[in-house]
Design a protein around this ligand. Structure first.
Ligand code: HEM
Length: 483
């Protein structure tokens, strides 16, 4: 801010910012004290709606650097050359908590990356887990209702959480992951990130590949035990946010090694798991992770509200060479985020400094609306026009994919080895004895809070279906806690 006197919003100098204007000494306050009215009115409007999920988060700017030639797979310009750098903004978050909630909790972490590419912004709105609780967007509002506050008690209720999970056996894999050691990361720096969904890459020749993104932390994985987290959440609710900011201030720039699993399009139909089912991973033995880049965070935002609270990420923000897959969750998300942004930040959200393209120009004919800044000046606002306005390219960002059969509320197709439990069981069997003990204790502690025995039994049944030993141990642990 420049030097000079304090002013009103309209720029007039302020004489007294301590005493409001009254009718006589000790008299009532006057409407003509416009500074007082302006301050109170502005203050009332400081908050915008918090994100309906992932409300609590922290962000930082940085750089993505390409380290391998991926031009055989995608024609995305920002990935076109080894050594090429692209500015990024990354927002980390927890999911269920409200804006003021503690960071050190058992919850997935959001890992949302905005690449400011020369072909427009590419957003990869992922999590720190490779899978998710459900596989169809139509279940998302119900699922989140069970994670958030109960309409009657105003608190998260174990009954609701386990009722939904036990009735949604496809959640068993993600729940096994979440109650394992990685369920409470020590900080945002010490966890991996995943695009989670399968996305389409297409190359210059129009060939299609299905890809999954991995961001492997270079800081190493560090987690908190349930006991450590309970203490930290009480002592320092902002632990993750503070850790990220202070590390960057110290010049200790956190980084992630970026990799992709690549599946040629022709494999998808016969792969042993439905490759578009978000509750499943592609085992690395089937499709190895190929290193393609480095992501580094090296600059803190200067204003949390402007750059973090008002930042918007959309899975629908693609660039040429990258597109969606038929994953039903992803398809639902293509609608949900833009809609949330228009409600939460407004119709011109895309034009705020953190959100607008930094290496490209947005050339649309959309105009006006709340807080339009007049950036288009007197340019024509329609297309086609004869005045040299922007024109369509004739080339879609992504290639079409084949569909078959009639419309209908079809369940996600099942491939040869698909069921709701196989990968949860595999994950359990990969764990060491000590990891299994902590997993069972974490789950049992929560399930024991459920008031209805039928829900408890159904919940344990899902883990038994994943692995008989898992179910047996869990049943014993829950019984011991419930007496
Ligand atoms: C169909 C399922 C889903 C729906 C409908 C949905 C919807 C939403 C909505 C409405 C927001 C708030 C956006 C805003 O106000 O700016 C949000 C935030 C977020 N979601 Fe989802 N979500 C879904 C699944 C997922 C999945 C599977 C992931 C990760 C793989 C994910 C990751 C995130 C992240 C990281 C944020 C925070 C973005 C930010 O930092 O601004 N969501 N989601």
């Amino acid at each position: 801010m420049t030097q000079g006197p304090l002013t009103t919003e309209a720029g007039a100098p302020v004489a007294d910012n301590q005493n409001s204007e009254t009718a006589g000494v000790g008299g009532p306050v006057l409407v003509q004290d416009q500074l007082l009215l302006e301050k109170l009115a502005h203050f009332n409007r400081e908050r915008i709606p918090e994100r309906v999920v992932h409300a609590r988060g922290a962000g930082a700017y940085g750089t993505f650097t390409v380290t391998a030639d991926v031009t055989p797979y995608t024609r995305a310009a920002f990935l076109s050359e080894v050594g090429k750098q692209t500015e990024v903004f990354l927002r980390f978050s927890t999911v269920a908590g409200n804006l003021g909630a503690a960071d050190a909790v058992r919850d997935p972490r959001g890992f949302a990356v905005k690449f400011y590419t020369e072909e427009g912004n590419y957003d990869l709105v992922g999590n720190n887990t490779p899978v998710f609780f459900i596989r169809d967007a139509i279940k998302f509002p119900d699922f989140i209702h069970t994670q958030k506050r109960d309409p009657y008690t105003g608190s998260q209720e174990a009954d609701n959480v386990w009722d939904f999970w036990s009735l949604s056996p496809e959640s068993t894999h993600q729940v096994t992951w979440l109650f394992g050691d990685r369920g409470i990361p020590a900080s945002y720096r010490h966890m991996d990130g995943f695009g989670s969904h399968t996305f389409q890459w297409n190359n210059e020749a129009g060939e299609v590949f299905w890809v999954k993104y991995h961001f492997k932390t270079d800081q190493g994985i560090k987690n908190l035990t349930a006991e450590e987290a309970e203490i930290l959440a009480g002592k320092d609710p902002d632990s993750h946010q503070r850790d990220l900011r202070e590390a960057i201030e110290r010049g200790e720039f956190p980084s992630w090694t970026v990799g992709v699993q690549i599946m040629p399009a022709a494999d998808a139909a016969t792969y042993r798991f439905n490759p578009f089912d978000l509750t499943k991973v592609w085992p690395h033995a089937d499709y190895p992770v190929i290193e393609i880049g480095k992501l580094e965070l090296n600059r803190n935002p200067r204003n949390i509200f402007a750059e973090v609270e008002q930042s918007i990420f959309s899975p629908a923000h693609f660039v040429p060479g990258i597109g969606p897959s038929p994953d039903k969750m992803l398809q639902g998300r293509l609608f949900a985020y833009g809609d949330a942004h228009r409600y939460r930040v407004g119709i011109n959200a895309d034009h705020l400094p953190v959100n607008r393209p930094h290496a490209a120009e947005a050339r649309t004919n959309s105009r006006d609306g709340y807080l339009y800044d007049g950036r288009h000046g007197g340019e024509k606002n329609y297309e086609p026009n004869s005045f040299g306005g922007p024109q369509q390219t004739g080339r879609a960002l992504w290639q079409p994919f084949d569909v078959s059969g009639g419309t209908g509320n079809h369940p996600t197709p099942v491939h040869a080895e698909d069921n709701d439990f196989v990968q949860a069981g595999n994950l359990y069997r990969l764990m060491t004895e000590a990891e299994k003990e902590r997993l069972v204790a974490n789950l049992a502690g929560f399930i024991a809070k459920v008031t209805r025995q039928d829900i408890v039994e159904r919940a344990i049944g899902n883990f038994r279906n994943a692995d008989a030993d898992f179910g047996k141990r869990l049943e014993a642990a829950v019984q011991e806690l419930r007496g």
